[in-house]
Design a protein. Structure first.
Length: 81
């Protein structure tokens, strides 16, 4: 659910998501600590990556996933709207 959320919310040109974790957590009806733990797991599994920092705040984006069948990287998922 968290990966889909990162794909669905507004993204910067580099794919980073500037929406606060508390807002994202509320959207999927998770507590902020649960959302943060899930996000850390997704980073360790390679689904999300840290895109940078603004002061003490870490910025995340969807990680580019290798397409094993084609042997090439897929672009970031984006919602067109």
């Amino acid at each position: 659910m968290v990966v889909l959320l990162y794909a669905a919310v507004p993204q910067q040109p580099d794919g980073s998501v500037m929406t606060r974790a508390t807002e994202l957590a509320e959207t999927v009806r998770m507590t902020t600590p649960s959302f943060s733990r899930t996000r850390k797991e997704l980073v360790s599994l390679g689904w999300l990556e840290q895109a940078g920092r603004v002061a003490q705040v870490k910025i995340y984006r969807l990680a580019e996933q290798e397409d094993e069948a084609q042997g090439r990287g897929r672009e970031y998922l984006r919602v067109v709207g």
